[in-house]
Design a protein around this ligand. Sequence first.
Ligand SMILES: N[C@@H](CCC(=O)N[C@@H](CS)C(=O)NCC(=O)O)C(=O)O
Length: 81
Amino acid sequence: MAPVKLYGATLSWNVTRCVAALEEAGVEYELVPINFGTGEHKGPDHLARNPFGQVPALQDGDLYVFGMMLPLEMFSLFYPS
Ligand SMILES: N[C@@H](CCC(=O)N[C@@H](CS)C(=O)NCC(=O)O)C(=O)O
């Protein structure tokens, strides 16, 4: 199974807490950096992942989740192992 993709940077606390949860859950993931300096988070590619233009955004295949849809408890629902 392909690893889930977590878009953002660990400079962001909101991304870091997702990294911590993924690590804790033992979920294989790839951290894909988003460059705030160039406004990448407000570009069309990232807006397709998160219409609020924020990080984190998580992609698992065709599923995208972001913002308040990313409480830490979510990982135990989607990735029970
Ligand atoms: N409620 C959101 C907050 C996300 C958030 O504030 N992300 C910040 C980085 S820590 C961000 O993307 N800021 C850029 C912006 O709002 O334009 C969540 O829990 O994911």
